[in-house]
Design a binder for this molecule. Structure first.
Ligand code: NAD
Length: 323
C-alpha cells in the first residue's frame, strides 16, 4: 500500500484569491521533452500528484509540440473530480514551429489548447517566453488580446513567462495595475542561481503571484544530469554534476536538496517541478513534507553551495533583446 502524506502546504497566488500548492506539477516532461513518457505513466503521475495534494498543473502548446497539453488533459480527465479542485495554466505565443505573439494567433491558440486539455477554461494563460518577441507588442497587443479572453471566460488570469528577469519589470511597469496577475520565472531560484530573490520585493509590491519554475535547473541538479539540449555552459554543467556526485557520496539526493532550497522561500507562491512518473511525484512531495517537518539539510546545502560558487548565478542568453 502506498505511503500516505499530509496535504501539501497551500500558498496565496499573489492577489488572485487562488491558493496553489507549494509544489506545482510542471508538465513539460509529459511532452517527452526530457525522455520518452508513456500515456499510462503520464496519467498515473497526474493522478498521484493530485492525490498527494498538488493542485497546480502547468503546460504549454510548445512542450512536445502539443503532446504535453494532450497528456495533461487525459490525466486531469481521469481524476474525475470537479474542475474547481485544480488550477491549470497553459501558455501562448511560443509553439513548436516558432513564436507568434499577435492578437490573432494567441486568440486562436487558447481554443486549440482548451480542446487538447479537454477543458472549458484555464485558470492562467501565460504569454510564453516573451523575450523572444517584441515586449512592446506584448504590452500593446498580446496582453489586451488576453484581457478579451479573460472577459470571454476562457482564462481566469493572465501571466507572463521568460528567462531574463528584466522582462518582468519592463512589462509590469507599462500595463495598468492588476492587468498581469502572475509571473513565471524559471532557473532563477535554485541552488546555483538565486537572482530572483532581488526581484521579489518589486513583484510583491505589484501584487502578482510568483511562480518559480525549474528548481532542479532543468535537470542540472539531478543525478541523471541535464538533457542534450540544455543551454548551460560546460562549466556550469560540470559544477552541477560535481555537486550531485558529492551528495551521492554522502548518501544524499541533490534533487531533494534543490527542491527544498526553492520551497523554503514562502514569498514564492508555488515551485513548479517537472515530473514524469509516480516515483518522481512521490519523491518531490515527500521532500516538501520533510522540509516542513525537519527544515533544510543546512550542512549538505553549504557544501553544495561551496562547490557551486565558481558558477553562482551563471545563466545563458535567451531571446532577441540581448545576445
Ligand atoms: P525542473 O528543474 O523541474 O527539472 C525537471 C527534470 O528533473 C525532469 O527531467 C524530471 O524528470 C526531473 N526530476 C523531477 N523530479 C525529480 C526527482 N525527484 N529526482 C530526479 N529527477 C527529477 O525543470 P522543468 O521541468 O523545465 O521545469 C518545471 C516546469 O516549469 C516545466 O515542466 C514547465 O511546466 C515550467 N517551466 C516553464 C518555463 C517557461 O514558461 N518559460 C520554463 C521552464 C519551466
Amino acid at each position: 500500500m502506498a505511503a500516505s502524506y499530509p496535504k501539501l502546504q497551500l500558498r496565496d497566488l499573489g492577489n488572485t484569491g487562488l491558493k496553489t500548492s507549494s509544489v506545482g506539477f510542471g508538465a513539460s516532461p509529459l511532452g517527452s521533452v526530457f525522455s520518452p513518457v508513456s500515456e499510462e505513466d503520464a496519467v498515473a503521475a497526474v493522478r498521484e500528484a493530485f492525490r498527494l495534494g498538488i493542485n497546480f498543473f502547468d503546460t504549454s502548446p510548445y512542450y512536445g509540440r502539443t503532446l504535453s497539453e494532450k497528456m495533461l488533459g487525459k490525466g486531469l480527465k481521469a481524476l474525475g473530480v470537479p474542475r474547481s479542485e485544480y488550477i491549470v495554466s497553459t501558455k501562448c505565443g511560443r509553439y513548436g514551429d516558432g513564436f507568434d505573439f499577435s492578437a490573432e494567433r494567441v486568440t486562436r491558440s487558447i481554443d486549440e489548447s482548451l480542446a487538447r486539455l479537454q477543458l472549458d477554461y484555464v485558470d492562467i494563460l501565460h504569454c510564453h517566453d516573451i523575450e523572444f518577441g517584441s515586449l512592446d507588442q506584448v504590452v500593446n497587443e498580446t496582453i489586451p488580446a488576453l484581457q478579451k479572453l479573460k472577459e470571454a471566460g476562457k482564462t481566469r488570469l493572465i501571466g507572463i513567462t521568460g528567462l531574463p528577469l528584466e522582462i518582468f519589470t519592463y512589462v509590469l511597469d507599462r500595463v495598468p495595475p492588476g492587468t498581469i496577475d502572475v509571473i513565471l520565472s524559471y532557473c532563477h531560484y535554485s541552488i546555483n542561481d538565486s537572482t530572483l530573490l532581488d526581484l521579489l520585493p518589486y513583484l510583491k509590491s505589484k501584487g502578482v503571484g510568483i511562480i518559480s519554475a525549474s528548481p532542479l535547473a532543468m535537470g542540472l541538479l539531478t543525478d541523471h544530469g541535464p538533457p542534450e539540449w540544455h543551454p548551460a555552459s560546460p562549466e556550469l554543467k560540470s559544477a552541477c554534476q560535481a555537486a550531485a556526485a558529492h551528495c551521492k557520496k554522502k548518501g544524499k539526493n541533490i534533487s531533494k536538496l534543490a527542491l527544498q532550497y526553492s520551497l523554503a522561500n514562502k514569498d514564492i507562491s508555488t515551485v513548479l517541478v517537472g515530473m514524469n512518473s509516480v516515483r518522481q511525484v512521490e519523491e518531490n512531495v515527500a521532500a516538501a513534507e520533510e522540509l516542513a517537518t525537519f527544515g533544510r539539510d543546512e550542512e549538505t546545502l553549504s557544501e553544495v553551495e561551496a562547490i557551486l560558487i565558481p558558477v553562482k548565478n551563471q545563466t545563458w542568453p535567451s531571446g532577441i533583446q540581448k545576445s
